[in-house]
Design a protein around this ligand. Structure first.
Ligand code: 48F
Length: 257
């Protein structure tokens, strides 16, 4: 019966995929621009990478441009990433470029999965696994379970490194700080905070904010800015793309040693 075949095709291949991703090199929490770019470069480097996003449609704040005007502005420094993802772009002014938010979000998602990263949508990361004070994985549950407040236990995903790409809420950093009774500080030099401060001061400079904020926990995108407690950045995305590539580079260097 074709009906049974279709159901079986979905169920068996989905659970194969889930089983293959129970032990990872890198678990990325959050499918905004920074997390998806990180997923692409990590998978391209041959690392076993999965990205978890609580929404049905990953992409974070990218789909809507700003105020749902679906155009995105990026700085020239990030143009090589736009080209790598084969996204059309237009030169605007002052070394700024514009891209279509729908084209670019779908391009990021397509190239990340095509490079070998697995994206799990409708997954919320609700906790972090530690082994000997080192972050060693994430605890996931269905977003609808959490939304409904159902009493259903989550599942564990073991991972050598975890990336917090949850945007302004920096949810994973908050969990790690709370569980350890500590405050997560930015590294000396304050690179993380500069990302938003520069824009707040009206400059067009772009900073690729990221770091290993706790052993084996990395932070990228707006989460890194939020951890630093700096003002919210305007809707300009070059830093998000560069931050995703930079966090991938840091992890590739660490894991490939
Ligand atoms: O906020 P978001 O787009 O992350 P980003 O990569 O980019 C920020 C820009 O979009 C924009 C900006 C640029 O100037 O300021 O805001 O830093 O995407 C974060 C994603 O994380 C998901 C959420 O659904 C969103 O798609 N997310 C947040 N918390 C969790 C999560 C969680 N606990 N588990 C799974 N996904």
């Amino acid at each position: 019966m074709i009906e049974t075949q279709v159901s079986k095709g979905i169920i068996t291949t989905y659970f194969d995929k889930l089983q293959r991703n129970l032990n990872l090199d890198v678990a990325i929490v959050g499918g905004g621009p920074s997390g998806i770019v990180a997923a692409y470069y990590l998978a391209k480097a041959g690392l076993k990478t999965a990205l978890f996003d609580r929404k049905l449609s990953p992409g974070g704040g990218m789909w809507g441009g700003a105020m749902m005007f679906n155009q995105i502005v990026i700085q020239e420094e990030a143009l090589h990433i736009v080209k790598e993802f084969n996204i059309n772009y237009q030169s605007y002014e002052n070394e700024l470029y514009t891209i279509d938010s729908v084209e670019s979000t779908s391009a990021l998602l397509y190239h990340a999965t095509h490079a070998g990263a697995t994206i799990f949508n409708c997954y919320s990361v609700e906790d972090v696994i530690f082994k000997n004070d080192i972050v060693n994985g994430v605890v996931v549950n269905w977003t609808p379970v959490l939304r409904e407040g159902l009493h259903v236990d989550p599942l564990n995903i073991i991972s050598k490194c975890v990336i917090d790409g949850t945007g302004h809420d920096s949810e994973i950093c908050k969990v790690v700080a709370r569980k350890n009774g500590i405050q997560l500080a930015t590294p000396t030099g304050g690179v993380i905070g500069e990302m938003s401060l520069d824009v707040a001061e009206g400059e067009r400079k772009v900073v690729e904010g990221t770091c290993e904020i706790y052993p084996s926990l990395y932070v990228c995108g707006m989460a890194s800015s939020a951890v630093a407690g700096t003002p919210r950045m305007g809707p300009i995305f070059g830093g998000m793309l560069l931050s995703g590539k930079k966090v991938a580079d840091l992890i590739i260097e660490k894991l490939k040693k």
